[in-house]
Design a binder for this molecule. Structure first.
Ligand code: AP5
Ligand code: MG
Length: 227
């Protein structure tokens, strides 16, 4: 079964490429960042607690993220899924692994998106999102059909409060300090049942064919959606 972690720097294209995958294949999707933003929009106790931390570009506590993500994964049971933005610290990695081992559905793939920092910095000011679904647009690369509106619902698009140069550089620093070291943790556990691949490219269009090839070669049971 595909139980995949989409891993990479902020702005690497995790959300964009995951959306393409779930459009093409019968796969579910859980994004920790989207879940946290939903809590903020709905003014839940978790949302109120994490709002300032996210706006500063810092990581929110492991306990809160682990709970909201594992709750969602548990609902997916034995389906194929992609997880974006979790784990993001070594303790989260350990907590996730022990939770998934208990449920009998361990991670089977880590895809690391390797994109240079300068490319990412250029992209981020052009990003707009549909807050309810998490759909991502970009005013140069992936424009909405109608400017400022979501393609599916027609609702207004917004910019993320953490997508400004100062906060973004803090997110990138936090990635190098706390998140990137997780790759060493994953590599120790690599096996035929738990694969790791790093895909490098300047654009998601360069990475996309390699991603499709990886998925179809290693996970032939994943079905294409009927269009
Ligand atoms: P989260 O929402 O996960 O943000 P992130 O990891 O910083 O990643 P992004 O969503 O910014 O980037 P992405 O890789 O999805 O890129 P995208 O596809 O949008 O988390 C936000 C915050 O929540 C964190 O900072 C933290 O505070 C908190 N948080 C979340 N998870 C946590 C955890 N586990 N523990 C603790 N705290 C946590 O693409 C980026 C842009 O590039 C878009 O504009 C896109 O259109 C564009 N783009 C994509 N492909 C191309 C291309 N080929 N060419 C040009 N532009 C492109
Ligand atoms: Mg994202």
């Amino acid at each position: 079964m595909l139980r995949m972690l989409m891993f990479g720097k902020p702005g690497a294209g995790k959300g964009t490429l995951s959306a393409r995958l779930i459009d093409k294949y019968e796969v579910d999707f859980v994004s920790c960042g989207d879940l946290l933003r939903r809590h903020i929009n709905e003014r839940t106790p978790v949302g109120i607690e994490v709002e300032q931390t996210i706006a500063r570009g810092d990581l929110v506590p492991d306990k809160a993220t682990t709970r909201i993500v594992t709750e969602q994964l548990d609902q997916l049971g034995s389906k194929h899924w992609i997880l974006d933005g979790f784990p993001r610290t070594q303790p989260q990695g350990v907590l996730l692994d022990s939770h998934l081992d208990k449920t009998g559905h361990p991670l089977s793939l880590v895809v690391e998106l390797d994109v240079n920092d300068d490319i990412i910095l250029k992209r981020i000011s052009d990003r707009w999102i549909h807050p309810t679904s998490g759909r991502v647009y970009n005013t140069t690369y992936n424009k909405p059909l109608v400017p400022g509106k979501d393609d599916i619902t027609g609702e207004p698009l917004v910019q993320r409060p953490d997508d400004n140069p100062e906060v973004f550089s803090r997110r990138l620093k936090n990635y190098y300090r706390s998140t990137h070291p997780l790759m060493a943790y994953f590599r120790q556990r690599q096996s035929d049942a738990f694969r790791i691949i790093s895909l490098k490219g300047e654009t998601s269009d360069e990475i996309w064919p390699e991603l499709v090839d990886t998925l179809e070669r290693w996970f032939p049971k994943v079905q294409k959606r009927s269009s």
